[in-house]
Ligand binder design. Structure first.
Ligand SMILES: [Mn+2]
Length: 174
């Protein structure tokens, strides 16, 4: 990271290649202070292996939250790439890309200004209460509406299209 900054090279954080106990999101706020832009290869680590399809888990949400609350979205490049050959390739792309977008949507729906206000007056009780309240808000409704407006399939719909594509196109390449 220091070499990249010193030589004006775009630093890329590959979330699949850190120590299993490291939180990659923790690095974002400080790196945005010293880098004009940041690049990410967002994938899911499994032990010491990388590049598994993203799940909508805490690790992914932490990255999205940091990018949004630090106003870093316009200065960041997010790349997705999955090498897990044990599952359908089209489904892998869909699941991973949609989970990245879901995490960003959840981050964009979070009232960071309110959380910041409570934090700044040291009202940690309200911060905790609001953080927990946010978990049960119906963000899935917003996601469904977003999919409808973008002409994308709803969660319950896309899988059958993938299976049909597998049967009518992919298997013929056999
Ligand atoms: Mn990688």
């Amino acid at each position: 990271m220091n070499y990249a900054i010193k030589n004006d090279i775009l630093c890329l954080l590959d979330t699949g290649h850190f120590h299993p106990t490291e939180n990659v999101a923790d690095k974002i706020s400080s790196m945005l202070l010293f880098n004009d832009r940041l690049a990410f290869h967002v994938s899911r680590p499994v032990r010491w292996d990388s590049d598994h399809v993203l799940k909508l888990n805490d690790d992914l949400q932490d990255v999205a939250d940091e990018l949004v609350k630090c106003n870093g979205l316009d200065r960041s490049y997010i790349g997705l790439d999955y090498f897990d050959a044990s599952i359908n390739r089209v489904a892998a792309l869909i699941i991973g890309a949609r989970n990245m977008e879901k995490a960003l949507l959840k981050a964009l729906l979070t009232p960071w200004d309110l959380l910041t206000k409570y934090q700044d007056i040291l009202d940690h009780t309200r911060v905790l209460a609001l953080q927990e309240e946010l978990k049960t808000l119906p963000w899935g409704e917003v996601w469904d509406e977003y999919c409808l407006r973008e002409g994308a399939s709803l969660e319950s719909e896309w899988f059958k299209d993938v299976i049909e594509y597998e049967n009518t196109v992919l298997k013929k390449r056999g």
